[in-house]
Design a protein. Structure first.
Length: 359
């Protein structure tokens, strides 16, 4: 389902009644939790909403509840606790949040928390504590993407402090200290010695159509292309890797971050013609997907593949990607708008602990 307008944090509202009820029902089906809240809301949604509005006394402190809303759609909930009790200062913290299960894995948690930090600033909070269950990788990535600094563990919860920002995007994650690897391949940085790889890829009839490498490049053009690959990470665009097998450069693969604000990483790869049909692409996809799980803010990976490209489809499926749909005339390749298959991997979808449950 596509949203017709950007989601916003709003006070609880009756205009998302059906979406809220559907989301709560899906959540209870997913986690088997108690249904009293759903029963109350179903009986009298207007009264239920009124009880969620304004500054409330919850957990023994003043608290404000927000819903993350796009038109008639309820996506999630965020609560800000204006103060901390000694118990909340150990586990619980200032902010709790959850994304309704139909909307998980799409980057909404990262964006909702960012909007919540802006609300904290308006409330005069300059440093806030967040906690999430140990092992909740999705919430950990969301918090880290918003500047969270780990501060140990208490009562089965990992703790993070965030300095409430005045604005600006998080910095790109550092280059991996250990090269990503899987099966027969190891991924590494580009070097000047990779010019031969650029020359090989430039002779392929398809690879130059989908990137910045010229067709039939001269050595100077190949060197310039390599130099550009070596600047992408420092400039925040992503992580370009060379795929190697037994020390030989056999292709390239990249995790691109132009949609990081949406929680999405874009994957692209090419294997040199003489090294195809050996499983290198699938192994490289597995390696970089595992690495992507360590990049703050990346919650979903997208691959775009032309329907005729059976080799890439097999590699994506072997690496655990699932087909989400066909995008008609989605990408211009060689001067023609081409249909593209969208393949995706979701990097964990557990919600942070429900924020407004309890008293």
């Amino acid at each position: 389902m596509r949203l017709i307008e950007p989601p916003r944090l709003l006070p609880p509202t009756t205009r998302v009644r059906q979406s809220w009820l559907d989301g709560e029902l899906a959540d209870r089906g997913a986690d088997g939790g108690e249904t009293r809240l759903l029963e109350r809301a179903t009986a009298n949604f207007g009264q239920f909403v009124a009880e969620q509005q304004g500054v409330l006394l919850r957990w023994g402190v003043p608290a404000t509840i927000f819903w993350y809303v796009s038109g008639p759609h309820y996506l999630g909930e965020l609560v800000i606790r204006h103060e901390l009790t000694p118990a909340l200062a150990e586990a619980g913290g200032h902010i709790g949040y959850s994304i309704a299960s139909p909307w998980r894995g799409k980057g909404h948690g990262t964006r909702m928390l960012s909007a919540g930090l802006a609300e904290c600033r308006r409330l005069g909070l300059r440093r806030v504590l967040l906690t999430c269950a140990v092992g909740n990788a999705a919430s950990r990535r969301t918090i880290l993407a918003n500047g969270g600094v780990p501060d140990g563990r208490a009562k089965g919860e990992d703790r993070f402090w965030i300095e409430v920002p005045d604005g600006g995007a998080p910095q790109t994650a550092p280059w991996p200290a250990t090269p990503p690897a899987h099966g027969s391949v190891v991924l590494r940085e580009f070097t000047e010695a990779d010019v031969h790889l650029a020359l090989e890829l430039g002779e392929d009839p398809y690879v130059p159509l989908i990137g910045s490498l010229p067709a039939h490049p001269s050595r100077q053009e190949a060197e310039a292309w390599i130099a550009r690959q070596r600047t992408h990470h420092a400039e925040g665009r992503g992580f370009p890797f060379v795929i190697t097998a037994d020390g030989t450069a056999v292709g390239t693969i990249g995790l691109w971050l132009r949609k990081l604000s949406e929680g999405i990483g874009i994957m692209g790869y090419s294997v040199s013609p003489e090294h195809r049909r050996r499983g290198f692409a699938a192994d490289a996809l597995k390696a970089i997907t595992e690495f992507a799980g360590t990049v703050p803010g990346v919650e979903r990976i997208e691959l775009y593949i032309e329907p005729w490209n059976r080799g890439s489809i097999r590699a994506a499926e072997k690496a655990g990607y699932r087909r989400e749909g066909l995008l008609p005339a989605h990408q211009e390749i060689g001067g023609t708008a081409r249909d593209m298959l969208l393949y995706v991997r979701t990097l964990g979808c557990s919600p942070c602990s429900r924020s407004s449950r309890g008293t």
